[in-house]
Design a protein around this ligand. Sequence first.
Ligand code: NAP
Length: 326
Amino acid sequence: MKWGICATGTIARKFASTIREMAAEGEQLVSVGSRSAQGAEAFAAEFGIPRAYGSYEELFADPDTEAVYIATPNSLHYENTRAALEAGKHVLCEKPFTLTAAQAEALYALAREKGLFLMEALWIRHLPLYEKLDALLAEGILGKVTDITCDYGFIANGARRERKFVSRLGGGALLDIGIYTIGFADLVMKDAPDSFTSTVHFSEYGTDDDSRICLQYPGGRSAVCVQTIGRELPRHAHIRGTKGEIFLPDFQAAETMELRLTGQEPEVINAPFDINGFEYQIREASRCVAAGRCASARYTPDQSIALMRLLENIRKDWGMVFSCEE
Ligand SMILES: NC(=O)c1ccc[n+]([C@@H]2O[C@H](COP(=O)([O-])OP(=O)(O)OC[C@H]3O[C@@H](n4cnc5c(N)ncnc54)[C@H](OP(=O)(O)O)[C@@H]3O)[C@@H](O)[C@H]2O)c1
């Protein structure tokens, strides 16, 4: 597919380098848009992109671009995705898809109306290890799943800290990385939680920097998710059931897991990435577009909207309103 990239920051670079590795599969980067012409040109020169635009509007108007990858800060996803869809482009938009469930619903409805593909780029949903995990859980390998724990923590410093926390850009640990821990719980539980409780700490920016969220799922199951951008925490996840547990040493860049059944030797199960893990969501977008589908069946609009609703409800519970929403 012929891709355009909206913005030239950290994750845009990862996306560009991944697409470059996928040329043999027919993926191409044909355009990039930035707030500055200089930024777009430098990015285009580095990644060999034929067309560089000094505004997102010009990028969306590029006639040769089929799909746009939105890599702007959280608070801009809604308006950038809307503008790209209005211009007739398929869209893969970075996580968190939007700030509210209503925004997410509006975008998926617009994509359907226009017959365009739209997906939130929650890349972990497409990893091959999770297909294996799904199959194991579906065959009841753990018996009844009872609970999950999932942690994600790192220390954000300097400019990165400002960017990750600032309220006007929709900052804070919940939307930055809690979306992965809670997204992981969703992926395993395949249900929306009935209720949640949480503890939270706020940074000097007025957004959350450390929280512990306990989700209660139907059938008495639970998940405890810890997300922090103030301390290092390995990205460990445990899925416990009545017959044993599955341990993932890194549930985000998930290439390996250990099956620990009661009374048996542990078994390591691997599913290494072809490139860096981003390729699976890109392939899914291309497959869906080729098949004329507006949405992915692997990560559906309903799942993405439900996740936005849960994150929004957690923020409401905390009384955390972004300055860009006031
Ligand atoms: N999937 C993942 O693994 C992953 C990892 C990191 C981040 N993300 C998501 O990707 C998005 C971007 O994150 P990032 O880490 O790439 O951020 P970043 O390095 O700060 O880049 C964001 C880019 O957005 C553009 N932008 C437009 N308006 C801006 C504003 N007011 N302030 C700052 N930048 C602005 C800028 O590009 P131009 O100047 O070129 O317009 C900037 O380079 C976020 O939503 C984040 O949650 C995903």
